[in-house]
Design a binder for this molecule. Sequence first.
Ligand SMILES: Nc1ncnc2c1ncn2[C@@H]1O[C@H](COP(=O)(O)OP(=O)(O)OP(=O)(O)O)[C@@H](O)[C@H]1O
Ligand SMILES: [Mg+2]
Ligand SMILES: [Mg+2]
Length: 473
Amino acid sequence: MDVKIGLEVHVQLNKLKTKLFCSCSLDYHKDEPNTHVCPVCLGLPGAMPVLNEEAVKAAVKVALALNAEVQPVTIFDRKNYFYPDLPKGFQISQYDMPLAKGGYVVIETENGEKRIDLKRIHMEEDPGKLVYKGSITTAKYSLIDYNRSGAPLLEIVTEPVISSPKEARLFLNKLRIILEYLDVFDSELEGAMRVDANISIAGGGRVEIKNISSFKGVEKALTYEITRQKNLLKRGMKVERETRHFDEANNITVSLRSKEEEQDYRYFPEPDLVPVYTSEFIEIAKAELPEMPEEKRERLMREYGISLEKAKILVLDPKMADYFEIVAKEVDPKVAASWIVDVFRGELNYRSMSFREAFNVFKPEEFVKLLKLFLEEKITEKGVVEVIRKKLDEGGEVEEIIEKEKLYAIPKSEIVRLCKEAIEKNPKAVEDYKAGKKQAANFLVGYVMKATRGRADPAETAKIIREMLEKLT
Ligand SMILES: Nc1ncnc2c1ncn2[C@@H]1O[C@H](COP(=O)(O)OP(=O)(O)OP(=O)(O)O)[C@@H](O)[C@H]1O
Ligand SMILES: [Mg+2]
Ligand SMILES: [Mg+2]
């Protein structure tokens, strides 16, 4: 059955200093509720909004990075509705003259690349936050925190071209990466991205699941909806257009209200703000636009000769790519890429650490030192992994850890000597080998490993042993 999904993604431009229409600080996440408020963001009568131009600049950057057409003139409208998180009784948003139209994001699905088209991108103010003791459906009352009220939001609206919950998640992941590249957004802050997910099946009514705060949540809510709607259709019932809520704890969606129609909002232009002419903002934003993931991917491959596969992973996180570039300037880039992508990334992940933190806990300069020791064969592959783990868990300097944990590789001459010793002391194993029992060589490798307490490179040792044995036969 034909599944259509369209997302409305609310992105908080949370790296800005102040709110969208007043000078209250956006740095409220660690503070008490209702401490970052003023007459403007509390919607007191007579208070006048003043547009934060930094927010426009950031919004234009996002629009450009998403390949959208920034409109020459954009205006703010009042979207009227009553809800306790909105003390003015209207939200300053945009309606028929949004900041940007069109645009797209390319995602990578199992069946290759897919382009997710965007409808529009507009600016609006965030409402306050309702806090429920327990859950939205069972709480006896709700609390309101207006610290968030008036925070600059972007609403990025896709066309209904997403065809599965998984695709929705891939889209959101890609969008998050792009936003982080632009440095206007920190995805780790509470409420950074909230999604309304719209879904219809086989031409049925559009169901909108409001305000989902995690990507996993979006995927789960949509999966649940597909099952629910298909069951209705099977029973010959109609799917009504409505707004639903995703209950994270129980992984189900529940009906909130029948969907309001556009006319219910009585949109009209905000009389307290003037139209915004965007040409200057576009110029500034273009000059400040950083290298985006696809460009970076191409450049890393060109400049460092690394594979597409590695480059694709490196650009998933601009901090990881930065880390790589510092290391790759000092050691063989291919070696750097494979250690950073295949090992270091996994070890960080396992400890829920990001590359941003890696810059503090395991400086790229130290990583260079470690890889140089590896390339000089002073430490084995196993030793490198050991150093990474110790350093992430307990800290310390690379060389200190190697000394302390006795991770210095045994010199080749020493291994050769021990291999000879293994052969001399184990005539039985040698006989077995000569008689065709090739696995007897493993016993001799084991001898060397034991003698070096595991510090010899097993593959290298096995090679030497086999060569020696072949000469004897
Ligand atoms: N038949 C459909 N099935 C699934 N999604 C749809 C369908 N038609 C439209 N959509 C999606 O629904 C979303 C509509 O968002 P939009 O912001 O334009 O309007 P809205 O939801 O009515 O308004 P509001 O911002 O007040 O929630 C878009 O992402 C669009 O792609
Ligand atoms: Mg919308
Ligand atoms: Mg909507």
